[in-house]
Write a protein that binds this ligand. Structure first.
Ligand SMILES: Nc1ncnc2c1ncn2[C@@H]1O[C@H](COP(=O)(O)OP(=O)(O)OP(=O)(O)O)[C@@H](O)[C@H]1O
Ligand SMILES: N[C@@H](CCO)C(=O)O
Length: 316
């Protein structure tokens, strides 16, 4: 990362919504094993008369040219409105390290790092639950419907199960520490709104039971420490059938990688990023080499070997 001066610097990690089996209900935060920052960074540089935003970073070119359309600024105003008082104006710098419309929770990552930063900088006036709700509303404004499965893991870290009917909103699930996840972004854009437009509007009774049963099987297998059953339960019965025509590479890539012993290959969030769940680092290297060769399409593409990011959003 380039050298810049700042008063405070904040970071939020990339996330994979759905994790195949939990459409809109499961999400995990990830970070590269090589220590790279694969998530957005926000610098608070100074207090000044007007709010301003400078954008830098690898994926700067994928954002609206006018920085006033950026989610970081809309989060500032939403945060201020929620507090009900005028806040000092800031000079901000966003390092846009995640590709936009990628399935890596790029908009959620900017929203989380911004809301987390403002709350920390202004003395934590909002509780964790209030801040999470603010983040989810901002995310809903982008994708067309409120879903927590990117903002919650990016904020809290780990594998999160959303609990929409509970005051807890979400809870951290167990995870197999040796699991590695390869995230492969082909370099093409697929907007979440477009990927949600193809979803079925209704599920039949038998389909609803199968979905609930598979998610229950995955969660119970995690608690039981049953790795084979947890991996076998990673079946997307809701979004993947409708989205596969948008990502036709998925079936052949999955077949090839699973033939090599990889535990599972699925769509990260709304796609086009794919994730490969691997038993260990050696398998992850094999999956990463394969996906780099067969799924990357242009210079924006990237493939990262990751572990679960336990820390979530934080001060750097
Ligand atoms: N800081 C920002 N980061 C990401 N997107 C932003 C930001 N500011 C504005 N946007 C706009 O928000 C929209 C994000 O779209 P979308 O939700 O499809 O992407 P995404 O969050 O990367 O997708 P996904 O959650 O599947 O990774 C785009 O239109 C983008 O231009
Ligand atoms: N659960 C959301 C995640 C978007 O990244 C979806 O699949 O539309």
């Amino acid at each position: 990362m380039q050298q810049f001066s700042y008063l405070k610097r904040y970071y939020a990690p990339a996330s994979t919504g759905n994790f195949s089996v939990g459409f809109d209900l499961l999400g995990a935060a990830f970070e590269p094993v090589n220590g790279e920052l694969f998530g957005d960074v926000l610098d608070i540089c100074a207090e000044q008369a007007e709010l301003s935003l400078e954008i830098v970073g690898r994926y700067l070119h994928q954002l609206p040219a006018n920085s006033t359309d950026n989610l970081v600024l809309s989060c500032f105003y939403a945060f201020e409105q929620k507090l009900g008082r005028t806040l000092p104006r800031l000079a901000l710098r966003l390092h846009k390290n995640l590709p936009v419309g990628s399935g890596l929770g790029s908009s959620a990552c900017s929203i989380v790092v911004a809301c987390y930063a403002f709350n920390d900088y202004f003395g934590k006036p909002l509780s964790e639950a209030e801040l999470l709700q603010l983040m989810a509303q901002a995310e809903g404004g982008v994708s067309g419907s409120v879903h927590y499965d990117n903002v919650a893991p990016s904020y809290f870290g780990g594998l999160q199960l959303m609990l929409p009917q509970s005051p807890h909103i979400c809870r951290t699930l167990p995870w197999f520490e040796h699991w590695r996840v390869v995230l492969s972004y082909p370099g093409t854009v697929l907007s979440t709104k477009a990927a949600r437009a193809v979803l079925p509007q209704q599920l039949s009774l038998s389909h609803s039971i199968a979905f609930a049963g598979m998610l229950g099987r995955f969660v119970s297998a995690l608690y039981a420490g049953d790795e084979a059953d947890a991996a076998a339960a990673l079946q997307d019965l809701v979004a993947e059938p409708a989205r596969t025509p948008l990502i036709p590479e998925l079936p052949p890539l999955r077949a090839a990688l699973m033939a090599k012993g990889i535990l599972h290959v699925g769509i990260s969030g709304a796609g086009p990023t794919l994730f490969a769940l691997c038993r260990n680092e050696a398998q992850a290297q094999l999956a990463a080499d394969y996906l780099s060769r067969h799924y990357e399409k242009n210079q924006d593409a990237t493939t990262q070997i990751c572990r679960l990011s336990l820390a979530g959003a934080r001060t750097l």
